[in-house]
Design a protein around this ligand. Sequence first.
Ligand SMILES: [Zn+2]
Length: 233
Amino acid sequence: MPIPVILYHHIDEPPPHGKFGRSHHVSPQTFARQMRTLKRLGFHGLSLKEAMPYINGEKYGRIAAITFDDGMMSVYKHAMPILNELGFTATNYFVTNQIGGQNAWDIPQARPAPCMGKAELLDWVAHGHEAGAHTLDHVHLPQIDRHEAERQIFQSKQELENISGQQVVSFAYPYGEENPLMRRLVRQAGYQYGVTTAQRRANTHEDPFGVPRYTIRCRDTWVHFLAKCLWRK
Ligand SMILES: [Zn+2]
């Protein structure tokens, strides 16, 4: 059965209708309801690296991989307590030059929002959650020169390993933008998995450097949420 890999960004009250970035917010109450629904349906929520053996068909179980992009403080404050309470793990993809900073790549269109600092990142990892890399500066990888793309992919891994004290095996392509060269660079940097934003569930034949994810959006009703986890392809 295909496995849902779901993607969130901010777990916080959304900006008003029509404002930039609204769709990338899910309120803390909605997030808690979605996680409890998964639990009630018999799903176990896992970080990407823990979910990969299920995606590969090496292990069997009712699994949802839970991921967050950008390492936002709101995830630490509002999502981690729910995940911990339910015994779920998750992956957060950090923009390493903004650890302790903010969503600089989105400003001025978006309202400023703080990213986790080193202390929160260490606490995230200490609770069994995964720290993945999302480049140094949240760049458009296919649009920059190859040397700079390499630097963004390779150095973010090293820096995150230095900070977290853990091996970093997962990478998320910023804006979901990738191509065969980017997948190759991510492999060469020593990552084991790369996640995209192809909007579908993951199958057993997936390229480990092109794992699809479903974005959970502000406007998603519980029917949309369940469709992404359960019956849409
Ligand atoms: Zn991002």
